[in-house]
Each structure stands twice: as C-alpha cells, then as structure tokens.
Design a protein around this ligand. Structure first.
Ligand code: M6R
Length: 595
C-alpha cells in the first residue's frame, strides 16, 4: 500500500534520489505521490524552508527539478483511504507554519476527535486525510516540547496501526515511529535511509534495521537512536543484512516484472528442493507435537494454505485446518498452548494475517511462518521461520512466492511421512516441466488461447481435491490482472450452481491430474461441454473432451506446480491482449497493510 522513502546524509541534491526511491516502491500500488525537501542553507535566496511537490496519478516521467538542493527529504506514495485521490490529500502533509512535513501509513482511528480539538485551536486543514491531523497535532505539541518529545507524545496519542515519518526545517533529523505498518532503516556511510519496504533500500545498502512495533527512530546523518515509545527509553538494536540480490529488483530483459517472476520459478523450486530446511527435526517435532494445526494466509497465500491442507492429508495422512486470515478471528476461541499456526505470507506484512496470528500467539499457540521477506513483521513475530526464498517479488500478482510456498509444503508433507527425498525428486521434475512450459513453442500455444478468449466476460476453472485450490488461484490470477471475471469451482460443485452460467463458448478450464480424481473431473468437463462450454484442458492427458489442450508433465502431486504456472502465463497473456499493465492492476496493492 502506501510507500515511504526518506534520506538524511551527505548527498546534496536528494529530491531526485527520493523520487527514485518512490519509484522502486511503485509496485506496492498507489494513486498519488509527493516529495518534501528541506532546502540547504547554502542557498541564501531559498532560505531554510520546506519545499514540496505533490501529484496525483503515477510518477511516470515526472521529475522534481523544481525542488531545491537539500540533503534531508522524505517522499510518499499514497493509496487512498481517508479522502479521495487529490493533490491536497497526497502526502507529505505540512503544519500551519510549513515548518514540519509528515508522511504516514496506516489509519488513525481517533482522527475525528483529534481533528475537532485542533480545529478548535485554530489549526487550518487543507486535506480530508487522517494524516493531516497528525502533523497539526505535532505542531501543537512542539509548542511546549522539543521536536523529539513532541513526536513521541503525538505518536502515543494516535489510535490504530500507524507508521509516521517527519522532518522539521529547524532540525537536522528524521523521526519515525511504527505500530503495525512496517518501516526499515538503511545504513550508509554518513547517510541514512528510511523506507516502508527493504526493496527500496537495495540500490543503496543491504545494512538495515527493521523498526519494531512501538519503537521510534531518531535518525541523524551519522547516528541512529531507537527509543521504546512506551518507556521513552533508548533500546539496543542489531542491524541485519538483506539477503536479496540487487538484480532481483531489476526487470532485466523482461517487459514486466510478472513475466520475469514467472521465469524465476524453476530456480526457486530447484533451490527449495536442494536447500530447504522444512524437514529439520525441530520443524517436524513442532508439527508432530501440536494437537491442532491451522494453515493461515490471505489471498493467494490462503490458496497455498488449502493446497497445503490437501498435501498434508494426501501425502502425510495428517489433518490440518486451512483458514483465511481475515476470517480467522472466529477460530481464536479454539486456540490454546497446544495449537500450531502455520502462517504463510510473501510480504510478512499483511495486516489481515498479522492481527489474528498475534492474538493466537497471545493465547499460547506456536507460530511457524513461511515468509519471503527477511525481517518483516511476521518473520520477527514467528517462533520458527522458514524463508520462502523466492527473492524479491514486485508484481502485484503473486507468482513465484505462491510456487515457493507450495513447494515448501509439498516437501514438508513428504518429510513428515519420512519420504523427503521423494518430495525432492518430484520438485526437481517440476522444475523440468516448467522449463518446458516456458519454451517458445508452448508459450505460443498459450498466447493463441489468450487471443481467442480475451473478449469473453466469464472464465470458469474447475479442479478437484488438491486441484480445487489450484483452480481458485488460477481464477484469481486471471481476474486480478485481466479484469475478466473468473471463478474457481470445485469440480463436484458445478451441478450445485455454477453450471447454470455455462453457455455456448464459455471458456472452462479443467485442471485434470492423472490420479484417483481423473474420471470424476472428466465427467464434470463433459457436463460443461454438453452446455456448449469451450473446454480447455491443463493436464498430462490429452483427452478428447478438450477443445484446447495445454500439456504438463505427470509428476504426482507436484503436477500442481506446472498447472499453476500455465494458468499464470494465461493470465499474463490475457492481460497483454487487453493492453493492460499486468504489474499494476487497478485498485490493488502489493502489500495490504490496512484492514
Ligand atoms: O504478502 P502476502 O502473501 O501476505 O499477501 C497476501 C495477498 O494480499 C496476496 O497474495 C494477493 O492476494 C495477491 N495480489 C495475489 O496475487
């Protein structure tokens, strides 16, 4: 969602650098942006003043040439919550005297009450945002307190989950605090950065500190101090090294990040097959000793949970529950010290997951996290963590993180059944199958299909057992980037409703494995065909019912991996057919940090 980037240090024209930082956060999704810079005293005609530029829409080819030189600046990409997409509502927000500039991620739940008091104190508001309340409150508190004390007091007056970053034209410092929304500090030589996402720091430094909840940072050119916001006492902190490659943040020869990330997948699976620690003794005993196990995630990750549930049942004969993060609160009453929560998340910052997982932890449950971002909130919260190892994922539509999650879960299911090497072998076969899918002649076939069905208004995807969640994932990929309505349906449920919508030429994708469910799934495909449906098979079996056939290898339960990859490619090419941007679908953000 909103992106934060800030700089303090020895560089002297940093507005363009902050804009570059914001560009690297574009993938998170946003609808307006802004940069504020404290002008350097070296320019007497400009005076020590905060200059800013705010715009609606994407940054695109925009520049910040109108901003003066400076070595202290903050920038923000906004994803509208309170107030529409307008220039006034874009961040940074300034106080009445334009001495303080502030950016914010999150929602101030008590902003109406705070605003009433500030209006009574004659503060003048220019926007409809909850954020502007914070900067006026900070102005108010600064009347009697130092900037640092006022910032601390202000943050403590806010209700809700928030991250704020502020600068003051009179002070050589960036102040930042977080509760809920992520912030990470980057350490350079005589310079420091702050960002909402470590990927923005990669071009500058890998040396970082992820601010904890309830911590405030006092960031100067040559020092960083961390304060506990409840005690106001300084706390010690340890820096971490980012393990991502700088090249993973670059698009390289590809047209979009999504297709680059689809191409990354064979390497991701290969690495998991060879190096994953899911079969370690402490992970296995954590699972074996738990009385009840819940796989929890949101969106694509929730489908990975359903795949995991099916894999655990099929391979390890182990029963686990699968739940959606935003619906998990209701299950909390069943959680106790003997429960294990397996939380899945690419970003590790999805608030709909973090909140219930935190509550489950408070009830004594153990947390095992599969997470892609080192140092993220989920990573830090979990008792045991496994890095998914997909590398930086930038496209809003999650591809390689999903494939990474289910590769780990497949391996874990085999390890639980003491057959880890069989799981590894299947994963390596999946690598080969996906490499073949990515060959030009197969891509041509998928593009041909995309061209044929891109003007349809509905697409149905059916699957059974392990392949039902894969059908949900295929449909999600199609709808979120191509905007074609797509629905994943448990094949056996067709006759209980969705079949009513199948008419002549309706595209119906059938995920057909070669296993005990083949005959029944084929029968369901026939039912759709009998209603005029255009039947597209993703399968190792080229059955006569298919009007269009997309081949994959038969590799047991690992067949789910190439099946999903084919559906990702179909979603991607459908989107290109419709001349849309697959990396930045409308209304969606990469990391969902508000509820
Ligand atoms: O970062 P997370 O894995 O926790 O994200 C969860 C969902 O927001 C995410 O998977 C979302 O559904 C994607 N846009 C799907 O492609």
């Amino acid at each position: 969602m909103c992106g934060v980037f800030g700089y303090i240090g020895n560089k002297t024209n940093i507005a363009p650098l902050v804009l570059e930082g914001l560009k690297s956060l574009e993938y998170r999704g946003y609808d307006s942006w802004g940069v504020a810079v404290v002008a350097l005293n070296l320019q007497p005609e400009i005076k020590n003043k905060i200059y800013f530029k705010k715009r609606i829409g994407k940054i695109g080819g925009a520049n910040v040439d109108s901003l003066p030189a400076g070595s202290l600046a903050i920038g923000h990409t906004r994803w509208a919550t309170h107030g529409g997409v307008t220039r006034e509502n874009a961040h940074p927000h300034l106080d009445c005297t334009e001495s303080i500039a502030l950016i914010h991620n999150g929602i101030v739940e008590n902003y109406i009450d705070l605003k009433k008091e500030l209006l009574a104190g004659n503060h003048v508001f220019k926007s409809e945002t909850d954020t502007e309340v914070i900067v006026h409150l900070l102005e108010e508190n600064s009347r009697k307190l130092s900037f640092e004390e006022a910032f601390l007091k202000t943050f403590n007056q806010l209700e809700g989950l928030n991250a704020i970053v502020a600068i003051d034209k009179k002070e050589r410092v960036i102040l930042a605090a977080r509760k809920g929304s992520p912030l990470v500090i980057g350490f350079g030589k005589n310079e420091h950065f702050i960002a909402s996402d470590p990927s923005a720091l990669l071009p500058f430094t890998k040396d970082v500190y992820f601010l904890e909840d309830d911590q405030m940072a006092i960031i100067k050119d040559d020092s960083v101090k961390i304060i506990n916001i409840n005690s106001a006492k300084e706390v010690k902190f340890l820096k971490q090294m980012l393990d991502w490659d700088v090249s993973s943040a670059e698009i390289g020869e590809f047209e979009h990040f999504m297709i680059k990330e689809i191409y990354d997948q064979p390497a991701v699976i290969h690495d998991i097959a060879n190096n994953a620690i899911v079969g370690s003794d402490n992970i296995l005993s954590l699972i074996n000793e738990a009385e009840d196990i819940y796989l929890v995630g949101c969106g694509t990750a929730s489908y990975a949970c359903l795949v995991g549930k099916a894999l655990f049942s099929k391979i390890a004969k182990k029963q686990v529950h699968a739940a959606i993060g935003s619906e998990f609160e209701d299950q909390l009453k069943f959680i106790n010290k003997k429960s294990l929560i397996i939380a899945l998340s690419q970003s590790g910052e999805t608030i709909d997951l973090l909140e219930p997982v935190r509550k489950a932890q408070q009830k004594g449950a153990k947390i095992l996290a599969f997470v892609n971002v080192l140092g993220s909130s989920l990573f830090r919260m979990a008792d045991e963590k496994i890095l998914i190892g997909a590398g930086l994922e930038k496209a809003v539509a999650s591809t390689k993180a999903f494939i990474g999650k289910i590769s780990h879960l497949l391996l874990l299911a085999y390890a639980l059944d003491k057959r880890k090497s069989q799981g590894q072998r299947l994963l390596l076969e999946a690598v080969e199958s996906i490499r073949i899918i990515l060959q030009e002649k197969n891509l041509k076939n998928i593009k041909k299909l995309a061209h044929k069905i891109s003007n349809e208004k509905d697409i149905f995807v059916i699957g059974r057992g392990l392949y039902f969640p894969a059908s949900l994932e295929a449909a999600l990929k199609i709808k979120e980037i191509s905007y074609i309505h797509a629905e994943g349906v448990a094949a056996g449920e067709l006759k209980h409703g969705p079949l009513a919508l199948v008419e002549k030429d309706t595209p119906c994708i059938v995920l057909l494995p070669d296993d005990e469910t083949t005959a029944l799934t084929l029968a369901n495909a026939m039912e759709m065909k009998a209603r005029g449906g255009y039947i597209i098979g993703i399968s190792s079996i080229n059955h006569g019912v298919f009007d269009f056939y997309l081949p994959i290898a038969n590799i047991g339960e690992a067949s789910v991996l190439p099946m999903v990859v084919v559906s990702q490619l179909l979603a991607y090419y459908l989107t290109l057919e419709k001349k849309l941007d697959p990396d930045k679908p409308r209304n969606l953000a990469k990391s969902v940090t508000v509820r």
